[in-house]
Design a protein around this ligand. Structure first.
Ligand code: KG4
Ligand code: ZN
Length: 346
């Protein structure tokens, strides 16, 4: 079976073709970073308009690269939420229309399920059940993953997501959007022990996170350093290193606690912040000591892409979880609303 997948939930337009026997056949992506950079963040209306411009050319290239004709496609998957509603609707409308024209099922995919299943694209995929740390721009969650589509959220952030903490701190340091990777690059040149930033909730029991206090602490530190006339490059790098260390310490502390509580020996790290090198290195070490093995998607599949939507779409197609003729997109959509999948016998 072969699935065409579209991703347009935020600021990446992406298309992929995936075959259940041969694996990923092609994936195309256009990042809107240059479009939004001048505004310091994503402008939803501009994002939607750009998806409309980009998706069809990407689709043509993805089909050609996969050496696939429309008649070979068995289903069209698209990200139906959560995300920016206008951006989601562009992919949903295109996906639903193509499915109608090609007379195949349309499959509405939950964006976070895409992130969670992205490691299945790797040659050595994680076994189920497992624990997942999902760290993206909008979400920070520890999830008990019994099987694809069976998710129980064990803990999540009460306010900002880890990616947001990276992005907002980066903005306070005057770094361009998207701030997370920029802050990580700056942090590599800094000393993490010069500034002591809070590790929110780490000293409290449970698996909840909170990152909004961190941004206040960074704002105060930047102001104090500026007042003392000491906001030079080395200081900015030290602040970046301190912030990164505080975020990573918090994520690792709670994740190791969840490993202990669940007894799972498999940990999946998914979402954009999973591309952070410091998190990857330190988590691999911490999990190893706790007797668990960590699985990541390759770096390019940590951030938004259509390959992960294709994998999630294929699992749903095989279970017969397909859409009516309605175009469905949802700005908010809880993971817990997805039910377990039972593969249909054909
Ligand atoms: O999963 P993703 O691409 O989009 C969402 O679904 O939100 O995650 C984007 C987030 C942004 O906050 C971005 O700054 C962060 O992931 N990010 C990073 C790194 N690469 C992306 N944060 C820290 N270090 C990185 N290397
Ligand atoms: Zn994402």
């Amino acid at each position: 079976m072969r699935v065409l997948a579209l991703e347009s939930s935020c600021d990446e337009s992406a298309v992929a073709v995936y075959d259940d026997a041969a694996g990923l056949l092609s994936h195309e992506i256009h990042s809107q970073v240059d479009l939004h950079r001048v505004y310091g963040g994503v402008v939803p209306e501009l994002a939607s308009r750009d998806h409309v411009r980009r998706l069809l050319p990407l689709l043509k290239t993805a089909l050609a690269d996969a050496n696939t004709a429309p008649g070979q496609i068995d289903g069209v998957a698209y990200t139906a939420g959560p995300g920016l509603i206008g951006a989601l609707l562009t992919g949903a409308a295109l996906g639903r229309s193509l499915a109608y024209a090609w007379n195949v099922p349309a499959i509405a995919v939950h964006h976070l399920e895409g992130h969670l299943l992205a490691p299945l694209l790797e040659p050595d995929p994680p076994p189920f059940p497992h624990l997942a740390l999902l760290v993206s721009g909008g979400h920070t969650m520890l999830i008990d993953v019994a099987a694809p589509s069976s998710y129980v959220v064990l803990g999540e952030t009460r306010d900002d997501a880890a990616g947001e903490a990276f992005d907002k701190s980066a903005k306070l340091l005057g770094l361009p959007y998207p701030g997370g990777p920029e802050l990580a690059t700056l942090a590599a040149r800094g000393r993490a022990d010069r500034f002591d930033f809070p590790r929110p909730m780490l000293d409290r029991p449970g698996l909840e996170f909170s990152f909004s206090g961190l941004k206040t602490a960074v704002s105060l530190t930047v102001k104090e350093c500026a007042k003392a006339g000491a906001i030079d490059d080395a200081t900015r790098a030290d602040i970046a290193a301190g912030v990164q260390q505080a975020i990573v310490d918090t994520l690792i502390g709670k994740t190791l606690r969840a490993i202990e509580q669940t007894g799972y020996e498999t940990l999946v790290v998914a979402g954009g912040v999973g591309a952070n090198r410091s998190l990857r290195e330190r988590l691999a070490e911490g999990a190893r000591r706790a007797g668990a093995r960590v699985y990541y998607p390759r770096i390019e599949f940590c951030t938004d892409n259509a390959a992960m939507i294709a994998v999630a779409g294929m699992a749903r197609l095989k279970a017969g979880k397909v859409e009516s003729n309605a175009i469905r997109a949802r700005a908010t959509w809880l993971l817990s609303e997805l039910g377990p999948l039972t593969e249909l016998s054909t």
